[in-house]
Design a protein around this ligand. Sequence first.
Ligand code: ZN
Ligand code: ZN
Length: 146
Amino acid sequence: MDSYFRLLPTRSPNYHRRNLDSFEALWELAELLGQVKPPTASKEEIDKSGLEVIKANSLEEYAKDGRVATNCVDRCLICLDDYVPDDDLRVLSCKHAFHQGCVDKWLQTGRNNCPACRTKGVDNETSPSTEASASNSTLTPQPAAA
Ligand SMILES: [Zn+2]
Ligand SMILES: [Zn+2]
């Protein structure tokens, strides 16, 4: 009569375990990929970020309006040179301003953050497809194509 019992749904004890293993493997892969990508921004990401570029001679006005932090209106905190009125400056989202050339290079080759206060420079950590909508903001590992 034990044929009756064979009809019962039986699950291999390894069934869940195997699934968990592959899930963990996916996350390990995702973490690995995350570590490989340096925390920098590309030129394109900087251009698309909408961070404002202004002339040094309008700094005073921007600082008065509270659009630029007042502790960075005299000189560039990256190269420590005094601003010349015709210099192009980029204003980060934290309101710190630097030479456009200096900060763009910093973001691309150093770190994607503000040299003065460590605020994130360019928001580029959404998803690999840049035009993804906000609804797609959670990180879900895609099943690996066998
Ligand atoms: Zn500079
Ligand atoms: Zn800052």
